[in-house]
Design a protein. Structure first.
Length: 164
């Protein structure tokens, strides 16, 4: 089993089922294709590695947390004119490769953090916030949260702006 220290980013289209129901299958398929194209463009720009997609969500990894956060912000902005919103979460830690798939607690934590984000919001762990000090990214305390399956509460932060 290989492991690597990587930043993980999860994104998900907000209220996708209701939107798909409202616009119909053909329009929804077009929206998802365009969403995927734009997310992949952001991943290329910030040198992220697409690990998985599940319907309308993405899981990607990055060499560093600032790139992951900036990519998440770019994804939020990139899909806005499609009349969809995404939520995103970023964490960093030791990632395990198990049978060719990324896994481990860091991956799970990233997914749990993303699930707590509001529409067009990027949430990050305290670990990410600490590691990007001096990067020009600014944050607002989002409080302590229980993450499903994790014993202790986690302090999360929402990204509020970036310079540079």
């Amino acid at each position: 089993m290989d492991s690597a220290h990587r930043a993980v980013m999860f994104t998900d289209i907000v209220n996708s089922t209701a939107l798909a129901s409202r616009v119909g299958d053909r329009r929804w398929a077009d929206l998802v294709r365009e969403h995927h194209h734009r997310v992949r463009s952001c991943l290329a720009r910030y040198r992220g590695t697409e690990m998985d997609t599940a319907g309308d969500g993405f899981f990607a990894t990055f060499a560093g947390p600032a790139r992951a956060v900036r990519c998440a912000l770019a994804v939020v902005a990139a899909v806005r004119d499609l009349a969809i919103e995404v939520r995103a979460g970023v964490h960093i830690g030791e990632m395990q490769m198990i049978d060719g798939k990324a896994g481990g607690i860091s991956v799970t934590l990233g997914a749990r953090i993303a699930a707590l984000a509001r529409p067009s919001e990027v949430l990050v762990s305290q670990t990410v916030k600490d590691l990007v000090a001096g990067s020009g990214l600014t944050f607002e305390n989002a409080g302590e949260h229980e993450l499903k399956g994790v014993a202790d509460p986690w302090r999360l932060h929402r990204v509020v702006s970036e310079r540079g």
